[in-house]
Design a protein around this ligand. Structure first.
Ligand code: HEC
Ligand code: HEC
Length: 392
C-alpha cells in the first residue's frame, strides 16, 4: 500500500513538475499588458550572431556554389537584407498581421499578403479599405529580402520605402503618418514592446521604428528549400524525368526563360518590356515608364521571381492569367500579340517566337511547380497587441 501511495505521489509530482515547466517555458506577458514576450531566437533559416539574425539557409552550404557561373544550377545568392534582431522580427510579425495599421482598422498587410495564399490574396487586383480596388496584383513576399527594387515596376529601393505605399495609399490602408503613430502609441502593449526593441522608442514610437520592425519580419520570409534546390545540390532524385525535361526547356536558348528568370531567385531583378496583357476591363498599365520617365520603359515590369509561383494565381502585374499553363503559353503566341494596337512597345529581344509544343509547355509547368517551398512559414499570431482580429 505504502509503495503504491508513494508511486502515486511520485506520479502526481511528475505531472506537477511538467505543468510548472510548461508555465515557466510559456512566453510570459509583458507586465501590465496583454503583450507576449518577444522571441529571443531567430526564425528558421537564420542563426543568431551577436544580437542579430544572419541568413543561414542550407542553400549557403551547397558545395561549389561559385563554380557554375550565372544561370547555372549552383549559382550563389544575391545580396540579402539580414542583421535584424529576433525581437525586431517578432514585433514586425505582430505589426504585419494587425489591422490597426489601416485608417479604419480593417486591413492589415496580411489582408493582401495572406500566408494562406503564399503572401498574396488570390485576386486579380487587390482590394484595400472599404473594398477599394487597387490597380495591380499583389506579389508574394517570399524572398523580398533579396530584391533590390521593389514594386512590380521597381519604383522603391528599400522595404522601408516600399511599405509607405500601402500604409498611406488611399485604396490600400488609407492611413496617414500621424494617424498611424497616434493609433500605435495609444496601445500600451505596443509602447511596451517597441521600448523593448528600440531603446529610443521609450519616449514615443516613431515611423522609423514601425518600418524597421516590419522590414525585419519581411526579410525573414525566405524560401530556398524547394525540390529544385535539392536537385541543384546534387540530390538528383528530387525531380522526376518530366520535371527535368521542363527545367531543360526553361534554360534552353529556344525558350530563353532563364535569361530573365535567372536562378537561384528566378529573376535577374531587371525591368523588361514583354507585352503581357492587362486583362479584360483594365486600362493599359505603363509600368516602369511612369516612374523612370524613360519612353523605352513603357510597359516594363521587374522580372518576377518564380519561386512559389504554383501558389500565387492569378498571374502578372494585373492578374490577367488564371493558370500557369495560360501564363507560359503567352510566350509562344507571337511577339507582341497582346500589346494594344495603339501601343508601340520596345519589346525585349529575348521575347520572340520559340514555337514550343504543347508537351513542352506542360513540362515547363511541371518544372515551375518544383520551385514551391514554404518550409519556413512563420506562425500567424493568435492575437495582436491592438486586440483587433489578426490578419483581417
Ligand atoms: C490593399 C492590398 C495591400 C495591402 C494592404 C498591402 N499590400 Fe503590399 N502590395 C499590394 C500590391 C497590389 C502590390 C503591388 C503594387 C505595385 O507594384 O505597384 C504590393 C507590393 C508589395 C511589396 C513589393 C513586392 C515586390 O515584389 O516588389 C511589398 C514588399 C509589400 N507589398 C509589402 C506590404 C506590407 C509590408 C504591407 C503592410 C504595411 C502591405 N504590403 C500592404 C497590395 C497590398
Ligand atoms: C525578357 C525577359 C523574360 C523572359 C525571356 C521570360 N520572362 Fe517570364 N516574365 C517576365 C516579366 C517582366 C514578367 C512580368 C510581366 C508582367 O507582370 O506584366 C514575367 C512573368 C512571368 C510569369 C508570371 C509570374 C507571376 O508571378 O505573375 C511566369 C510564370 C513566367 N514569366 C514564366 C516564364 C517562362 C516559362 C518563360 C520562358 C518561356 C519566361 N517567363 C520568359 C520576363 C521574362
Amino acid at each position: 500500500m505504502a509503495n503504491i501511495g508513494s508511486l502515486r505521489l511520485w506520479a502526481y509530482g511528475t505531472v506537477l513538475a511538467v505543468l510548472l515547466l510548461g508555465v515557466l517555458n510559456a512566453p510570459a506577458n509583458i507586465p501590465g499588458t496583454n503583450a507576449p514576450a518577444l522571441a529571443t531566437t531567430c526564425p528558421a533559416g537564420f542563426v543568431l550572431t551577436g544580437q542579430s539574425c544572419r541568413l543561414d539557409s542550407p542553400y549557403l552550404h551547397y558545395k561549389s556554389l561559385e563554380s557554375q557561373g550565372v544561370g547555372g544550377l549552383k549559382t550563389g545568392l544575391p545580396a540579402f537584407r539580414d542583421g535584424f534582431s529576433p525581437k525586431q522580427i517578432d514585433l514586425g510579425r505582430y505589426l504585419f498581421f494587425d489591422p490597426l495599421l489601416s485608417a479604419d482598422h480593417s486591413v492589415s498587410c496580411a489582408h493582401c499578403h495572406n500566408p494562406a495564399h503564399a503572401f498574396t490574396d488570390g485576386l486579380a487586383h487587390s482590394r484595400g479599405i472599404g473594398g477599394r480596388e487597387t490597380s495591380r496584383n499583389a506579389p508574394s513576399l517570399w524572398n523580398v529580402g533579396f530584391l533590390q527594387k521593389l514594386f512590380v515596376d521597381g519604383r522603391a529601393s528599400s522595404l522601408e520605402e516600399q511599405m509607405q505605399g500601402p500604409l498611406y495609399g488611399a485604396n490600400e490602408m488609407g492611413n496617414s503618418r500621424e494617424g498611424l503613430l497616434a493609433a500605435i502609441n495609444a496601445v500600451p502593449a505596443y509602447r511596451a514592446l517597441f521600448a523593448q526593441v528600440f531603446p529610443d522608442a521609450a519616449s514615443g514610437i516613431r515611423s522609423e521604428h514601425v518600418y524597421a520592425a516590419i522590414a525585419a519580419f519581411e526579410s525573414s520570409l525566405v524560401s530556398l528549400n524547394s525540390r529544385y534546390d535539392l536537385y541543384a545540390n546534387g540530390i538528383l532524385g528530387a525531380l522526376s524525368p518530366k520535371e527535368i525535361e521542363g527545367m531543360n526547356v526553361f534554360r534552353s536558348f529556344v525558350a530563353r526563360c532563364a535569361e530573365c528568370h535567372t536562378p537561384p531567385l528566378f529573376t535577374n531583378q531587371q525591368i523588361a518590356v514583354i507585352g503581357m496583357p492587362d486583362g479584360a476591363g483594365h486600362s493599359f498599365d505603363p509600368g516602369a515608364e511612369a516612374n523612370t520617365h524613360v519612353d523605352s520603359m513603357r510597359g516594363g515590369f521587374r522580372v518576377p521571381s518564380l519561386r512559389n509561383v504554383e501558389l500565387t494565381s492569378p498571374y502578372n502585374h494585373a492578374g490577367a492569367f488564371t493558370t500557369l499553363r495560360e501564363t507560359v503559353s503567352f510566350y509562344t503566341q507571337g511577339r507582341g500579340h497582346a500589346v494594344p494596337a495603339q501601343e508601340k512597345l520596345n519589346l525585349h529581344w529575348h521575347i520572340w517566337e520559340p514555337k514550343l509544343t504543347d508537351a513542352e509547355l506542360d513540362r515547363l509547368v511541371d518544372f515551375l511547380k518544383t520551385l514551391t517551398d514554404q518550409s519556413y512559414m512563420p506562425t500567424m499570431p493568435a492575437a495582436v497587441p491592438s486586440g483587433l482580429p489578426p490578419g483581417a
